[in-house]
Ligand binder design. Structure first.
Ligand code: SAM
Length: 230
């Protein structure tokens, strides 16, 4: 994939929240049925809420593939504060959006609150490759790299937010090569969540030893996938 970020178009999804459209790929950053709704359901509800329902923890390490608009990170900062759980969030992004593109997004307005506005700015303005303390329950590191070129640490993550472009647009992101490195970075009982429920993805995750569940998708999408490391 080439760096087409300059061509990104701001769009409004059906729940009123923004997303970005990449014309070169003919692909959006979120479900057009609702970006906020999708992030909350797939990553917070089926990822974070599920994880703490299974494991009594005070600290969670997350690795996200595709920081993009920063929506998942923003919602997770709020979640960590509300749940009183410390989250260490690492997010990789090969083609960061520009400051102007980030400022146009309406997430902070919709979610509401001065804190959210500040967090939203911090997500995009903080330096890359540095661990930042955003709140007393959230530390954040952005990694500006292609996932293919990045060496992940072994067995340290509790949750993987896999938010790459769809397999029909970027097939290499969903292959065994990248998935195996992500699975190796997961602790026992860690969970991998994604909005996609493609058959080949499920077979790949099973081949890598995860217990794979096909769950109902967010509104407008039939299914999603969660994998758990045994
Ligand atoms: C579905 S979008 C991002 C969604 C994002 N979590 C959000 O809420 O906006 C996929 C993201 O993956 C990034 N990406 C594409 N290829 C990548 C690669 N090889 N390594 C890391 N990130 C990549 C894209 O630039 C894009 O930001």
């Amino acid at each position: 994939m080439q760096d087409h970020k300059g061509d990104l178009e701001l769009i409004i999804t059906k729940d009123g929240s923004h997303s970005l459209y990449n014309p070169a790929l003919n692909e959006t950053y979120h479900s057009t049925h609702g970006a906020l709704q999708e992030s909350r359901y797939v990553f917070l509800q089926q990822g974070l809420d599920y994880f703490i329902s299974q494991k009594d923890v005070k600290e969670i390490n997350i690795f996200e593939v595709g920081l993009g608009t920063g929506l998942n990170a923003l919602l997770t900062i709020k979640w960590a504060k509300e749940n009183g759980i410390k989250v260490n969030y690492h997010s990789i992004e090969a083609y960061p959006i520009t400051t102007t593109q980030a400022k146009a997004l309406n997430y902070a307005q919709i979610i509401g609150g001065d804190d959210v506005e500040n967090w939203s700015e911090m997500i995009h303005q903080l330096d890359w490759e540095t661990e930042h303390v955003i709140t007393d329950t959230f530390s954040f590191k952005k990694i500006n790299s292609k996932i293919e070129d990045y060496t992940l640490m072994g067995s340290i993550y509790d949750i993987i937010f896999f938010d790459a472009f769809a397999p029909s647009k970027q097939i290499e992101m969903w292959g065994l090569d990248i998935l195996s490195r992500l699975v190796e970075s997961m602790k026992k009982k860690a969970v991998f969540v994604t909005y996609c429920a493609q058959g080949q993805l499920k077979r790949n995750l099973k081949e890598l030893g995860l217990i794979v569940e096909t769950l109902d998708g967010p509104p407008g999408k039939k299914e999603m996938v969660r994998g758990t490391a045994s």
